[in-house]
Design a protein around this ligand. Structure first.
Ligand SMILES: Cc1cc2nc3c(=O)[nH]c(=O)nc-3n(C[C@H](O)[C@H](O)[C@H](O)COP(=O)(O)OP(=O)(O)OC[C@H]3O[C@@H](n4cnc5c(N)ncnc54)[C@H](O)[C@@H]3O)c2cc1C
Length: 408
């Protein structure tokens, strides 16, 4: 384990998270971990020095939970990826683009998100939504085992037979709660031959597109994931299909559709995240919905002026019982995210939609404003998760506001 202090040339490179609003949080030290033993040593050091310890994967947490003024564990060197008979073992430091590229060599992939530098553990721990999710479920639904270093230094391999309760909790409770995950094992799926689609409209068509999308996308065939984005510049429905493209009722509204079937799966994913990686501070709030937003709420939302991102749920996401994993959001139709540079405007937009929402919030889109966060993130799974937290991290070493131990 290498300890990096503020004077080290790598300090700023390693400590900077993906979201610039957390740029100013400066850890006392960064522990660079390249092995499981390094993680054990770093945890022991952090505890003996009385430092708040947080693991850092891809650094994309919307609530800044992988930043600390204490000891940050940098896991980027633990990024090995291997494949054996359809099973992928992925180190905790791997980012999504690495995962797609490496698995593609074996004709495989996993259902997961588009952000190329999002970390595999953060994404999987909170669920994991992506273009193959309606077909294959959440990223965490494909998890078959994990290796975790607990706060006391014990190294635990968990799966459906060994430490099944920890394995259950790792699938959807959100990152950084139970220990430091050093690797994840997935049942991979075939890397698909897919078609990317994009339909576009001017912004004055937004209300009718939203109405048609809400009635179609959450119930579309599992093979189609159609996301809807409304910005100041216009409206687009985009995504991927594993079968022939049929835009349902949106087809009748669209002036044309841009179809591309010549991408490899990693290239298709990369093409959908192009242009999103600037360093501006943006705020975001989101919620799940079980019923369509009524037309008057849509009108008010559009007047509020934030960027709106609708993600379809349904399909395989919703065919898993709510208590089968820690992920408690198995009856939702869609997720709506409000994004913008002005926090007050984002809050206003969110509260317009909130009256019609299910009250559930995706654990990977944490929202510091939430008061009843336990129900919002964990629903009926909260009491079981709270008990497991007391069992696996009794001293509440891994803590942050809204964490299961509740000491901050
Ligand atoms: C640009 C962008 C694109 C996104 N796209 C998607 C998407 O397509 N689909 C989707 O579902 N979500 C998406 N997200 C949300 C994403 O899933 C979460 O932000 C996720 O928590 C990021 O994980 P990370 O490792 O990158 O972040 P980090 O900030 O490093 O970690 C997130 C949390 O997990 C903990 N953690 C990290 N590594 C470990 C570890 N090894 N052991 C234990 N705890 C750990 C951290 O301490 C922190 O609490 C996106 C976010 C951004 C900013």
């Amino acid at each position: 384990m290498e300890l990096i202090g503020p004077d080290h040339e790598l300090y700023d490179v390693l400590r900077r998270p993906a979201l610039p609003q957390y740029d100013e949080i400066r850890p006392q030290a960064i522990a660079r971990c390249a092995s499981v033993d390094d993680v054990v040593e770093a945890l022991a050091y952090g505890r003996s020095a009385g430092l708040h310890v947080v693991p850092r994967g891809g650094g994309h947490c919307f609530a800044g939970r992988s930043s600390t003024t204490g000891l940050m564990l940098d896991l980027s060197a633990l990024s090995a990826i291997s494949v054996d008979e359809g099973v992928a073992t992925i180190g905790a430091g791997a980012r999504l683009a690495d995962v797609y590229r490496e698995l593609y060599e074996s004709g495989l992939t996993i259902p997961a998100g588009c952000g190329p530098t999002v970390g595999i553990v953060g994404l999987t721990s909170g669920g994991g939504l992506g273009l193959l999710g309606r077909r294959y479920g959440l990223t965490c639904d494909r998890l078959v085992a994990a290796t975790v270093v607990l706060a006391d230094g014990d190294v635990v391999r968990c799966d459906a037979e060994r430490e099944p309760e920890l394995f259950w909790a790792l699938r959807g409770a959100g990152g950084g709660q139970f220990g430091v995950v050093t690797s994840l094992v997935f049942a991979a799926v075939p890397s698909p031959a897919a078609t990317r689609f994009r339909l576009t409209w001017s912004r004055d068509r937004a209300a009718e597109v939203i109405a048609a999308w809400q009635a179609w996308a959450p119930d579309a065939p599992d093979e189609i994931t159609a996301c809807l984005q409304v910005t100041a510049d216009g409206v687009q429905v985009f995504g991927a299909t594993l079968t022939d493209f049929d835009a349902g009722p949106l087809g009748a509204l669209a002036p044309g559709v841009d179809l591309r079937s010549d991408f490899s799966w990693p290239a298709l994913k990369a093409s959908l995240s192009e242009g999103g990686a600037d360093q501006q501070v943006v705020h975001s709030k989101s919620e799940f919905f079980r019923a369509p937003l009524p037309p008057d709420a849509v009108t008010r939302l559009l007047d509020a002026g934030c960027e709106l991102n609708f993600t379809p749920m349904g399909g395989a996401y919703n065919r898993v019982p709510v208590d089968a994993t820690a992920f408690a959001h198995r009856t939702e139709r869609f997720l709506l995210e409000h994004v913008g540079p002005d926090r007050t405007a984002v809050r206003r937009s969110w509260s317009i939609a909130h009256d019609h929402a299910s009250g559930h919030v995706y654990p990977n889109f944490p929202d510091p404003d939430l008061t009843d966060w336990a129900t919002a993130y964990h629903g009926p799974n909260y009491p079981r998760l709270r008990d497991l937290k007391a069992r696996y991290d009794p001293a509440d070493v891994f803590n942050f506001p809204q964490s299961l131990g509740g000491s901050r």
